[in-house]
Design a protein. Sequence first.
Length: 419
Amino acid sequence: MTCEELNLALAVKESNRTQAIDILGSIVKREANNSDTEETRVREIAIIELGGLLAKGGLADELCGMIKYTRPFLGLVSKAKAAKLVRTLVDLFLDMEAATGKEVELCKECIEWSKLENRTFLRQSLEARLISLYFDTKCYTDALALGSTLLRELKKLDDKALLVEVQLLESKTYHALGNLPKSRAALTSARTTANGIYCPPKLQAALDLQSGILHAADERDFKTAYSYFYEAFEGYDSVDNPKAVTALKYMLMSKIMLNSADEVQLIITGKLALKYSGRDVEAMKLIAQASHNRSLADFQQTKEKYKAQLEDDPIVQAHLDSLYDNLLEQNLCRIIEPFSQVQVQHVAGLINLRVEVVEKKLSQMILDKKFSGILDQGDGVLVIFDETPTDKTYETALDTIQNMGKVVDALYVKAKKLT
């Protein structure tokens, strides 16, 4: 009877999801029979199928409840099967990103259960997911503390696949804290470990994405970063992972930072990128146009309109701030170029920014020696000096004296040999 019900649920799961959930739920909730292996096998399939349907339907609370009430059944199957069931259900729940607030609590409960059942590999796998949750919820101290403990265990057991995952999470956490040297060291360890094993496309793409982020942040090498982002995009695209959009967004950002904004349109209309068109891609396209036109007004409008896609992403936000500074400097230099003396208020009016903002930026540019001048704050005037050619007489005289000294030393050595 149970087998027939399962077949019926599988047959109607596409056309009538609610009916399939009800049938599968009734199978899962039944009392387990220890001796009936066929019934146990059917319940295993029913649990996985029900978890998948609840995840697709966005029923996070129901899935969370199912994970808890299936625990007694896990004692009837082998440790390997039980570990697979728990990990699959937890992954389904966490991948929903439903933000129920129960994610960390559920993960901790499953870890405690695995400790009581003495299931080491399952516990370590769940702890890796907990580190990921800590990172997502910005509990960086907790993530590093758990990560260092888990890394020591994994190195002893030589579980390289999970080791790469944890080292990558450690690199992300250090980067979020602004500790770039430690982030780079953790990523190097992860890539070294990954070279010795088969790396699934999703994990390899995550490594490439982090490499690109560090190249862009640490060395500001956007050319190399673009190559890594492209590899990550192809990797995520091959497994239809939604993070492909993030990789594509970072690719476009790299092109903008390389002053190749005109290439953004070519990438967007490419065969691979076409299916990912949406708000993220549109936001980067408008930023590229603003950068190309050197328009601060368009730049600010785009940032406000696409706040979730731009400002809420810390990686993009950091580089957009740098791009805005460059655009502002270029615009200010263009405006003040014809003048020898100009009111700051007039400059602010031409660039459509507050006087205080323009004054602060001009003083910073003077200190950075972007141009020669002074700010007369009493009169609110910027005085620009002509570039005075540097007198190289002293430098030339010093070079001549040094060279003469070398000649005298050489002549002295030769004269000494003759005597």
